[in-house]
Design a protein. Sequence first.
Lengths: 241, 386
Amino acid sequence: MVGVDDMLSVENLSVSYGAIKALHGISLRVERGEIVTLIGSNGAGKTTTLRTISGLVRAAAGSISFEGVPIGKLPPHQIVRMGIAQAPEGRGVFANMSVDENLSLGAYARHDKEQIDKDRQRALELFPRLRERLAQSAGTLSGGEQQMLAIARALLARPKLMLLDEPSLGLAPQVVATIFKIIREINAGGTTILLVEQNAHMALNVAHRAYVLEVGKIAMEGPAAELAKSDEVRRAYLGHG
Amino acid sequence: MSKLFEETRSLKAPVWGVIPRAAWPLVVAIAIGALIYFGVSPLVGGFVSKVMLIVGINIVLAVSLNIVNGYTGQFSMGHAGFMAVGGYVAAGIVYYGSIKLWGSADPAGGILSIVQEGPKSGPLLGKGDFLFVISCLIGGLVAAGAGYVVGLPSLRLRGDYLAIVTLGFGEIVRVILQGSHDQIQPWKAADAAAMPVYELAWKLGGPKGFNLVPTYTTLFWVYFWAVLTCIAAYRLKSSSSGRAFLSIREDEVAAQAMGVDLTKYKVRAFVFSSFFAGVAGGLYALDIGAISAGDLNFIKSFDIIIMVVLGGLGSISGAVLAAVILSILPEALRDFQSYRLIVYALLLIVIMIVRPQGLFGVREVWDLKIFKRRGGGLGGSAGGAP
Ligand SMILES: Nc1ncnc2c1ncn2[C@@H]1O[C@H](COP(=O)(O)OP(=O)(O)OP(=O)(O)O)[C@@H](O)[C@H]1O
Ligand SMILES: [Mg+2]
């Protein structure tokens, strides 16, 4: 099962919120250099999966390992230092801080000042709109700009693995297209990506492999291109009758 | 790090460069304390000096509470509890310490801690001053220990719940201290001198309070500590800890996702904050020469919270200004005793409507636009909403 190139491997992960069981023993893996997407409808447990990987939620059972090291019991701040950064659902930008300060916090766990400056430049090249708004407080950015900021901020952590939770949520189609183009660029720059999406069409288009999550269980998995062709996925997630 | 250090050093004049970074706050604190004590106090007279002393202690309290309530956005209502802990420890050490060391509980300070007005003579520091300084430090450290313990539940509790826990802490401290044994009175100093320390430690006067403590607190010591508190708070705010604190206040989950260690910073805020509250307690007790747990109840905590809220959660200069206003106001309105509370309440209501973020929000005086235009300002401090 466990491939040599696995960057992240999740085995039989179960998560409960009190009496509510959100994940029923899911397993997934992400190889170095991949874009893997996790699709599924509302309440399927996608956000829960990402939050458990980044340590914000504790698993009831199962294991998570990153580059061969078990991280299931580590606190979030150590997981960040190991190289996993997250752009959380609903963006989670620091609304009363400026764009600039948000970016600085993205690099909070790092101390290599010169490389941080370079990464900041690169992030601002990917998102030129943010450069024009460095001094603006993040709460006053448009939804799309906040999403860009959330991704740029995660980039500043210089992660090996980036977790993206519904980056297309509530965005106009052109902006969605831009975001996905940038996701591809980030991946081309060497960052592995685990992408959670409801926009299955775009997600399957950009990803190498995909998992379909249904009420806390993995229902299907495989190369993204194949899943995109499967009848079930087409019917349930791509809106084809 | 060392590179940054070199740069800051080279910016200063060569004479100043000799003083190590860590000693700077002490130098500034001593200078300002001395200026106020020797320069300002004789000019303004006894009454104003007394008000200034209250102002100074309140500055220490407000600026330190701001570290918890302002920087990290946790809501502590137990600041008076930490003050009581520090105050009793300091008063106990000075009172019984004086008796143990030199047989009586009379003041034994030098010029810096002679409370009476008029020309002072003698050495700058007396033997009692060392005991006094150490007692305030230990009071602060014990309070910081209590802050550590109280800080831990803050990891799981937020908002109202944390407020209730800290409120409970303050009340527990009060009840425990009021249950302490009778104080050994000064005329029985010989008995006290013969007693082991661990027995004395619990003879803190119970409900009657702890009295007849030799007094040492002067404007010098109060402003010495007030300056130290402000510098510590400023350094905390402008360091990477400061960014961590403010990010926690904005959004705990996102802060964690950035790699901020929530446990460390929440507890750290409590420890720093309660240390200075403890010191303030010591200054307070050794000004009056007495301390009573009954006076340091949640209403006292509330007074300090109001200062922090008025000044702006997170703003050091705001807290200082609010401490000044809210300490002077009651004195100035003394003749209109019956209207005092009304004016006080109205002021707060107006502020809350006009500027709910407090006078300065999270910013400092020097961040304001009027100062910015001259190209001055220390800048770099974490900004807030415009
Ligand atoms: N903090 C919580 N407390 C209780 N239940 C929760 C909590 N967070 C999530 N849940 C529940 O867990 C289940 C999975 O939620 P999750 O947020 O992971 O879904 P999701 O796949 O991300 O959905 P969406 O696409 O709408 O974001 C849901 O039934 C949800 O109600
Ligand atoms: Mg979700």
